[in-house]
Ligand binder design. Sequence first.
Ligand SMILES: C[S@@+](CC[C@H](N)C(=O)[O-])C[C@H]1O[C@@H](n2cnc3c(N)ncnc32)[C@H](O)[C@@H]1O
Length: 237
Amino acid sequence: MDRYRYAIGERVLGDPDSALRFDQPWTGTPPASLDQPLRLVERRGCDPRPVDPTTTDGQLTLTSYVWADWAERIDRLRAALRVAAPTPPPVDRARAAAWLPAQLAASRPGTVTVVWHSVVWQYLDRDERSAIRSMLGEAAAAATPVAPVAHLAFEPRRDADDSLRFELTLSLSPGTGEEQLLARAPGHGIPTRWATDPVPGDAGQRGSSRPGRGYRDCATTSHCGGSRGAGQGTAPG
Ligand SMILES: C[S@@+](CC[C@H](N)C(=O)[O-])C[C@H]1O[C@@H](n2cnc3c(N)ncnc32)[C@H](O)[C@@H]1O
């Protein structure tokens, strides 16, 4: 994410020269200061079947996942592939539950370890989900103010009317460790609506997939959205 350019209001975040640009991708105010510098010091992910974005085969595979008439998503993916080409993030061939223990084994003072996943939970069986919950619980219990652990997820949830809503949630430890709703978005990521931006008529403010700012529901552009935020990060799926 630090390799992409984001125009947010009048300011630019991320890499201003990036080939991949997001123009006003969110509405509302994020629950964090945008003035706080963020430096990713390491990133690593896992996938049972990783796709190499630097090979022609890998690029073709990833492109085949985008519907052919969604030109803006294809453009965005091609830009993401150009960004990834010189230094693709490492993605280990592994299932999340087998991979996470080694990633969480060591405390890393001075950094925040971020375990991040998007649209992966539904593919895990009950045992793997349960194992990951336990690992995250142990990592949260071992977190300290100098080596915090964050669990950041963008996953679909069933609503009361049985429709799917995609929610961005965060659990940060130490602290309450409780899951906070940060934002909602369409299934492919943008436009993102921060939870601080209520939807008219939605008393519960349970989010929105209202289109806005010229975006259709469009894809996240990384194959495996892992990052070690302000320090560490891990990405199952
Ligand atoms: C719908 S894709 C989401 C990809 C990406 N995270 C995104 O948001 O665009 C689901 C991914 O989960 C991966 N996956 C499936 N089972 C997994 C597991 N047990 N551990 C880690 N990743 C898994 C799949 O291989 C696939 O790449």
